[in-house]
Design a protein around this ligand. Structure first.
Ligand SMILES: [Zn+2]
Length: 262
C-alpha cells in the first residue's frame, strides 16, 4: 500500500525539517466512498481546504539551497486524516466536527456519516504519519543535537463558515508560535523576512505550531515555527501559481537559510 507521506532527505548536517501537511488533494478510493459530498461539492471543498501549492512552493524554494532541509510532505488530502489535529478529546476543532477525521465540511455540511468511526483511519494513516515524523525529529536530535520544524501552510482569504476562529485577523502572513518551542528571535527573523508581503500577525487566524507529542513542551532542543500564508501570496483565483509565487519562493529560501542558525 502506498504511504500517505513522503520524506525527502536533505543535507545530513541540516537540522531543519519543513513539514507540509495540507498540500495534497488525493483521497484513496475507499476513503472517497465514505464521503457524502458529490464530486462537484468535493471538488469545491478541496479547493477551500487544501493549502494549494504549498508543497510545490517548498520544493521550489529549497531546490537550489546549499544545505537543503529535510522535507516531510503529506501526500494525501487532509480530508483523509488531518495530521495536525489531536486524535482525541483534546482537539478544539472537534466542536465543529473537524478533528483528526472530519465529519463536517468547511461550510458545515455533513462530510461523513455522523456515526462514522474514524479509528480505522487513525490507525492506518494518522499514527504511522505521527510516528514517522517523531522518528525523523529523533534522528535529527541524534545527528545534529537539535531540530527545527518549519510548519508550512496557507489559508483562504475568506474565513470558512464552519470554524472556531471567527472575527480574527487574516493578514498576508500569520506566524504560529509556541512559548516553549519558538525562540523570540526566530519570530523576529520570520517577521522581517516576510515583511515585504505586508503585515504579519502572530497566532491569528491560526495559533501554535507542530511539535510531535513525544517532545511537546518537554524537549527544548526541538524548535518549531509555523508559517501560515494567505493563499493569494501563492496562488491566483484558479489555484495556479500567482503573481507573487517567485518572490515568495525567494523569501522562503532566504528564511530557511537564515533559520539554520537556530
Ligand atoms: Zn494548513
Amino acid at each position: 500500500m502506498a504511504s500517505n507521506f513522503e520524506v525527502i532527505a536533505g543535507d545530513p548536517t541540516s537540522h531543519l525539517i519543513v513539514h507540509v501537511p495540507h498540500s495534497a488533494r488525493y483521497l484513496p478510493e475507499e476513503v472517497r466512498r465514505e464521503i457524502l459530498l458529490d464530486d462537484s461539492d468535493l471538488e469545491a471543498e478541496l479547493n477551500e481546504m487544501t493549502d494549494s501549492l504549498t508543497a510545490e512552493m517548498v520544493l521550489h524554494a529549497t531546490a537550489n539551497l546549499a544545505k537543503p532541509p529535510t522535507l516531510f510532505i503529506n501526500k494525501f488530502s487532509r480530508l483523509v486524516i488531518d495530521p495536525e489535529r489531536f486524535p482525541d478529546e483534546r482537539e478544539i476543532m472537534n466542536q465543529v466536527g473537524m478533528g483528526a477525521v472530519y465529519l463536517k465540511s468547511s461550510t458545515g455540511a455533513q462530510l461523513r456519516d455522523p456515526k462514522f468511526d474514524g479509528a480505522g483511519l487513525i490507525s492506518q494513516y494518522f499514527n504511522p504519519y505521527a510516528k514517522a515524523l517523531t522518528d525523523l525529529v529523533d534522528a535529527k536530535l541524534q545527528e545534529c543535537g537539535k531540530a527545527l520544524i518549519i510548519d508550512f501552510h496557507s489559508y483562504r482569504n475568506q474565513q470558512h463558515p464552519n470554524a472556531v476562529n471567527h472575527g480574527q485577523a487574516r493578514p498576508p502572513v500569520c506566524i504560529g508560535t509556541d512559548s516553549f518551542h519558538t525562540p523570540a528571535s526566530l519570530v523576529e527573523l520570520a517577521q522581517s523576512q516576510f515583511a515585504r508581503f505586508g503585515e504579519s500577525v502572530l497566532n491569528q487566524p491560526y495559533a501554535g505550531t507542530y511539535v510531535p507529542l513525544d517532545f511537546y513542551q518537554l524537549d527544548a532542543r526541538v524548535y518549531s515555527i509555523m508559517l501560515e500564508n494567505r493563499a493569494d501570496l501563492l496562488v491566483d483565483q484558479d489555484l495556479n501559481p500567482g503573481p507573487m509565487f517567485d518572490s515568495y519562493s525567494k523569501a522562503l529560501a532566504e528564511f530557511i537559510t537564515l533559520a539554520a542558525n537556530y
